[in-house]
Design a protein around this ligand. Structure first.
Ligand SMILES: Cc1ncc(COP(=O)(O)O)c(C=O)c1O
Length: 419
């Protein structure tokens, strides 16, 4: 039998007999749908790094896709107060009304959107909102347009739903941006959705309002969905935050997935949301009612405090990310063989490391990332995880000291490759 059962879906069981025991049959094989998803390279790298760390390795971590800041005090206090008030029972599956209102009102203030309470679903993190939306709307045989580099989970969510991700490469020379023509070339009769993530993890690209408008027009003409992941929407370094939901008459085509994870340094709390047409929310809610049920009760109270309380901590985090972005991008650009576009949003640098590949050294970003981990004590995520072949992702949601030391280690390692 395969150790992991791969390739043996529903292959029956293994029969063996124990002395003086009746025959027992151990179940084997996994559901076929499991073969459609893979362990994310991010997760694999984290597991390997954790192992080395537990053995005492001195690692500098550029892998983590989460803020290194503590959750602001007033948010924590709201959760404690909810606990003390015994707000610990089931809530409505799709979230309490006060939180739905806080979500839609905040979105309306920020982006002039016009969602009503029954067009909001509160979920267990932004990932859950995306998963529910894709599960509710995408079928076997459908195609979903996915710009690359893409966040790791998008691809697997699409394939898990039985659909095909149609990967559209962005233009690195223009900051990993996209044009309507680039998307149009990939439209077919099977296209059911365009999935955009702006600001992007991993490239930091921010797509223009005009691109969103043009793609929205395509969606209107062809009757397809525009799923917009706004999880980094508060972390934009230049220009104004934008949501496609601010476009008049856009609601029938648009699903917004949002999250409090990054904005309020709440990754472990697991709170996200979807804004979508009422009928879509109803389907997503139905699915959620059979899986997680409601997001954690006290986290919902904390989320109200996050959204309606002081927003200064968000500005402070953005100011710190802005400082780090400059240091890391300039540091990366100073290393021969490395080029790096300036991220316009989020907190990742996505340098092109093709100049470090080949010869006697690492052949691929995956190999380079492994060598950096084992030989330089640097945790990075290889570009293969995000659908590109020449990059590494560096999260700068880590201290300035780590960034400076990490860049030094990287420069020294790059030097050994040239020697
Ligand atoms: C692009 C993107 N979307 C969604 C998420 C999900 O965030 P969460 O489930 O923590 O809200 C992440 C997390 O890394 C992300 O990078």
């Amino acid at each position: 039998m395969d150790a992991d059962g791969a390739g043996l879906p529903h292959s029956g069981g293994v029969q063996y007999s124990l002395m003086a025991s009746p025959v027992v049959t151990r179940p084997t094989g996994f559901a076929q749908r499991m073969a459609r998803i893979s362990v994310s390279a991010t997760a694999a790298m984290m597991i390997e790094a954790e192992k080395l760390r537990s053995e005492g390795a001195d690692l500098i971590d550029f892998g983590a896709g989460e803020p290194d800041f503590a959750t602001p005090e007033h948010i924590k206090k709201a959760a404690v107060a909810a606990l003390e008030q015994n707000f610990t029972r089931y809530t409505p599956t799709g979230g309490i009304a006060a939180l739905k209102d806080a979500i839609r009102q905040t979105h309306a203030q920020d982006f002039k959107s016009t969602y009503t309470r029954d067009e909001v679903l509160v979920t267990v993190g932004g990932k859950h909102a995306l998963f529910n939306a894709i599960s509710a709307l995408i079928d076997h045989g459908d195609e979903v347009i996915l710009p690359a580099p893409y966040w790791v989970s998008f691809k697997d969510m699409i394939t898990y739903a039985g659909a095909t991700p149609v990967v559209v490469s962005t233009d690195e020379s223009k900051g990993f941006t996209l044009t309507t023509e680039m998307v149009s070339r990939h439209l077919t009769a099977r296209t059911r959705m365009i999935l955009l993530n702006s600001p992007s993890n991993p490239s930091g690209a921010v797509f223009s309002a005009q691109l969103f408008r043009d793609l929205l027009d395509i969606c209107r003409q062809r009757g397809i969905w525009l799923l917009s992941d706004e999880c980094y929407s508060k972390f934009i370094y230049e220009g104004v935050p934008y949501s496609v939901a601010s476009e008049p008459e856009s609601k029938d085509w648009v699903i917004i997935a949002g999250s409090l994870s990054k904005t309020y340094a709440m990754t472990g709390w697991r709170l996200g949301y979807a804004l979508a047409p009422k009928a879509v929310v109803k389907q997503m809610l139905n699915l959620q009612s059979h899986s997680t049920s409601n997001p954690t009760s006290i986290v919902q109270k904390a989320a109200i405090a996050a959204l309606t309380g002081p927003q200064e901590p968000v500005g402070e985090m953005l100011a710190e990310y802005t400082r780090r972005r400059k240091v890391i991008v300039e540091g990366l650009r100073a290393i021969p063989g490395v080029s790096c576009t300036m991220p316009a949003g989020a907190f990742y640098a996505y340098p092109n490391v093709s100049g470090l590949l080949g010869g006697k050294g690492p052949k691929t970003p995956m190999e380079l990332s492994e060598q950096l981990l084992h030989k330089a004590g640097l945790v990075t995520v290889p570009g293969e995880a995000f659908g590109t072949e020449q990059h590494l992702r560096f999260s700068y949601a880590t201290s300035m000291k780590n960034i400076e030391n990490g860049l030094r280690r990287l420069a020294e390692f790059a030097q050994t490759l040239r020697a």
